[in-house]
Design a protein around this ligand. Structure first.
Ligand SMILES: Cc1cc2nc3c(=O)[nH]c(=O)nc-3n(C[C@H](O)[C@H](O)[C@H](O)COP(=O)(O)OP(=O)(O)OC[C@H]3O[C@@H](n4cnc5c(N)ncnc54)[C@H](O)[C@@H]3O)c2cc1C
Length: 520
């Protein structure tokens, strides 16, 4: 099963298996009070979706078949439709309507690094664009390149744990491994990666590196790019291997060139990561703060002075209120979730509790934390349930220094609300913390209207402008893709844009890798 539901039915245009999370009736009632819900048209089943025929020259197709085998060059319309986009809500809305934007001409499935290199050579020679396809969970248009013919290089067959070094605590994983399988393979050796994004069920190791992903346990385990010690990259110019020691003063750190490169500089074929022993103990708990500002002070203190939990998350008033819908809890305030993982967490839990209480926190106990942990992967399923109920839900995120966080939170909220004057719910939380700042994550729920994608584009542009105006970054973990490119260009400035373009020209002289993505 891939990220796109059941392969041959209306389930293809939703996250995973239908029915994994159900919208409580009380939530539907609440939404109907504040938003004009518009019952959606029926989903166009996958076999009825029209995809133009494959237009690749036979010679190119034959050359690709010669590299990966005929069984691994797929040209069926249904397979191509499933590789035409990622999983943003606009992607889902288009898919539900049977409107596939730009399907790849073919889906090519190489089995290893040398086959990826050979596929790149064929495509460079033929001037056919290449889109590396991991789990297909991009939410920033990272899998739909600029106009022109392209093939999707699906990395699903690169699915091995290559090596484990238990002494150094590192492991080399092939890029197409999905997170749950990577976790299972590492657990056989007594290790964990500790990378748990909300897209965990379907996203891949290569995708995490290519987008600089960040997981729910980043306060303890770090962001994915913190975990990477080395990478192997297939480029049209040949192989690049970066990272050979835990630290190095041998020139600039070239790992950073490929981390976050979103398939524009090469195809990552394996990633060496730092791993940690499987935790013997886990503990999750909830705390209540009177206001978001009070909670922010507590979270900042733990992030800066410790002890730092493994998971640290603070919901604002609106997110706390919506999260409590149907639970019988209606005492307002802001919910903080703290999670701890390790060999023995008791002393850390107690020390952190003293800090949390000293900042005005009221303990809500383990059940609040366990509830969060049980439902940590529900949101993608609820997004489908909201679309079914006639609402439109999408997310956006950013990061800023602590001194700016309250302003960014307010300005983004108001930018979205102003752009959706007929009403919207804007839920926010602090999702990842650092000594110097934090990430803010927003969920927007609004009426779809007659043009849901156009409405969202306007709201997202307003939010992105607000993010830029406050000096925050256009993305903390979703990446740039096609959607954030304009804001990214402004964020890094003209000289840095030229630098990025020059690197791309050197590694990808024919410009075949993900045109229109990331590089302005
Ligand atoms: C519901 C939902 C929740 C999400 N939650 C999180 C979250 O909590 N944290 C987070 O960080 N992100 C999250 N995301 C975003 C997304 O899951 C991440 O960006 C993830 O890292 C993408 O991995 P993937 O394997 O699906 O990559 P894909 O979506 O397949 O690809 C993403 C980009 O990377 C490129 N790429 C993929 N594999 C390679 C490779 N091997 N070499 C070179 N380029 C490659 C692609 O061309 C594309 O541009 C979420 C997405 C969804 C839909």
């Amino acid at each position: 099963m891939d990220v796109r539901g059941e392969a041959s039915s209306a389930g293809w245009a939703r996250w995973g298996t239908a029915g994994n999370a159900v919208l409580p009736e009380s939530a539907t009632k609440l939404l109907a009070q504040v938003l004009e819900l518009a019952p959606p048209p029926p989903v166009v089943p996958l076999p009825e979706v029209t995809v133009p025929g494959c237009e690749l020259d036979t010679a190119v197709l034959d050359a690709l078949r010669g590299v990966v085998g005929a069984d691994h060059v797929l040209t069926a319309g249904t397979v191509r439709a499933r590789h035409a986009s990622g999983m943003s809500t606009p992607d889902l809305v288009r898919d539900r309507q049977g409107r596939v934007l730009r399907a790849p001409e073919a889906v090519v499935r190489p089995a290893g690094h040398s086959e990826v290199l050979a596929v790149l050579a064929v495509c460079s020679g033929a001037g056919v664009a290449v889109v590396p396809f991991g789990g297909g969970t991009s939410v920033v248009g990272g899998l739909t390149p600029a106009a022109g013919r392209h093939v999707a290089v699906d990395l699903g067959r690169l699915d091995r744990l290559v090596a484990v070094d238990p002494v150094s605590r590192t492991a080399t994983l092939q890029a197409g491994l999905r997170a749950p399988e990577a976790a299972r393979l590492l657990a056989e050796h007594g290790f964990t990666l500790g990378h748990v994004p909300q897209s965990y069920e379907y996203a891949t190791i290569g995708g995490f590196a290519a987008t600089r992903s960040s997981g729910q346990a980043s306060a303890g385990y770090g962001r994915f790019d913190d975990m990477v010690t080395g990478l192997t990259v297939a480029t049209p110019r040949g192989t690049v291997r970066v990272g050979r020691a835990p630290a190095s003063a041998a020139g600039p750190d070239l790992r950073q060139l490929f981390l976050g490169s979103e398939g524009t500089l090469g195809v990552i074929t394996d990633v060496t990561v730092r791993v940690r022993p499987l935790p013997a103990a886990t503990h999750y708990e909830g705390w209540r703060y009177e206001s978001f500002d009070d909670g922010l002070a507590a979270v900042r203190r733990l992030a800066q002075d410790g002890p730092r939990p493994t998971v640290l998350r603070l919901s604002d008033e609106v997110e706390t209120m919506i999260g409590a819908t149907g639970s019988g809890r209606s005492d307002g305030g802001c919910l903080l979730i703290a999670g701890y993982e390790g060999a023995d967490v008791r002393s850390t839990v107690e020390a952190a509790a003293r800090v949390l209480a000293a900042h005005g926190g009221v303990p809500l106990g383990e059940e609040a934390g366990q509830h969060w942990a049980r439902h940590r992967f529900d949101a993608p399923y609820l997004r489908d349930a909201l679309l079914d109920a006639g609402a439109f839900a999408e997310t956006l995120e950013t990061a800023a220094y602590w001194s700016r966080i309250p302003e960014v939170h307010q300005r983004v909220r108001h930018a979205v609300l102003d752009a959706l004057p007929d009403g919207a719910l804007v839920l926010g939380h602090v999702s990842h913390v650092y000594e110097t700042g934090a990430s803010l994550y927003f969920t927007v729920i609004c009426s779809p209207g007659t043009d849901p994608i156009g409405r969202w584009r306007a709201a997202k542009a307003a939010a992105s402008d607000a993010i830029a105006a406050t000096g925050a970054t256009i993305s903390h973990h979703h990446g740039v893709g096609a959607d954030h490119r304009a804001w990214y260009a402004t964020e890094i400035g003209a000289v840095a844009v030229d630098l990025l373009r020059a690197v791309k020209r050197e590694l990808d002289p024919a410009g075949i890798l993900n045109p229109g993505i990331l590089v302005p």
